[in-house]
Design a protein around this ligand. Structure first.
Ligand code: ATP
Ligand code: MG
Length: 268
């Protein structure tokens, strides 16, 4: 849901990516990519495997060198250090879970707070318990993260990104590997986060989920933006159909990272 502040026209977008070009040796992973995400807006970045979606996230977080272009957060150049990003209100989930399996759920969620040293322990604990409660993870707080079923581990990864109360959150395949009920719950969480004014940029192969939560969709193919618009406009775009959505039914699968095409969520 878009929450447009009265002075939206005066304030810079929460995230502004302009002319972003990233190369790895001879491979151009991103070529002149531009888009914005506003406060309270949810933008989905979709496209086939290898299109460059995760590379956009890595560029925003300063993990890959940009060859050309600019990334601004809240009107200022994006910081490149982990502490700088947290200070700018940016957090992300990883395409893999990236949890510390032997640490408890609570300890995993505390990691981004304790690593910055910007709050007292009591504040950290309160923030962690608040996000655990919101994501239905209270009962699992003391369990080692590695012992939880996959959908709960996925929620721990989300909790870790939300515990810092970000103003911009980047979610890399948050619905990957989840079934219908968990995806519905995830959609509700994304709406709550966005209604609170946070800008959400998500990468996802589950088309139904994208159509459900996104205000706008940016479609990447071979590092180029081939379409950008509302979910309905993008769904009907012939170029998108050809590059991504129109994959034959036999190739539509559960949306894991090794899948080529989009999934409708049916049967997953
Ligand atoms: N660190 C790297 N070094 C070299 N090549 C890379 C690196 N990171 C990504 N690439 C390449 O850049 C291209 C884009 O990769 P990226 O991971 O961004 O794709 P993606 O759209 O996230 O795909 P998927 O849907 O499979 O996650 C791919 O060809 C990939 O092999
Ligand atoms: Mg990826």
């Amino acid at each position: 849901m878009t929450m447009t502040p009265d002075n939206a026209e005066d304030s810079p977008p929460r995230l502004e990516v302009s002319g972003l070009t990233v190369t790895f040796g001879g491979l151009t992973a991103l070529d002149d990519v531009s888009f914005t995400v506003g406060d309270g807006e949810t933008v989905a970045l979709i496209g086939p495997n290898g299109a460059g979606k995760t590379t956009v996230f890595n560029a925003v977080c300063g993990l890959v060198r940009t060859r050309r272009g600019e990334i601004r957060v809240g009107g200022a150049p994006a910081p490149s250090s982990a502490t700088g990003l947290l200070g700018a209100g940016v957090s992300r989930t990883l395409q893999g879970l990236g949890l510390f399996d032997r640490l408890t759920v609570l300890e995993n969620v505390l990691v981004p707070l304790t690593s910055t040293g910007r709050r007292t322990a009591a504040d950290d604990l309160a923030a962690a318990h608040e996000v655990l409660a919101a994501l239905g993870l209270n009962a699992a707080a003391a369990a080692p993260a590695g012992t939880l079923p996959y959908p709960e581990r996925k929620r721990v990864a989300l909790a870790r990104a939300l515990v810092t109360r970000p103003r911009l959150v980047l979610l890399d395949e948050p619905a990957g590997g989840l079934g219908a009920a968990d995806i519905d719950q995830l959609a509700q969480t994304v709406r709550t986060v966005s209604d609170g004014g946070c800008a959400v940029l998500l990468v996802e192969h589950h088309v139904d989920f994208v159509m459900d939560v996104a205000d706008r969709v940016v479609v990447l193919d071979f590092g180029h933006v081939i379409a950008c618009g509302t979910p309905e406009t993008v769904r009907r775009d012939p170029a998108v159909e050809q590059a991504y959505l129109g994959v034959p039914a036999s190739r539509v699968s559960t949306g894991s990272t090794s899948d080529k095409g989009a999934t409708t969520g049916e049967g997953s």
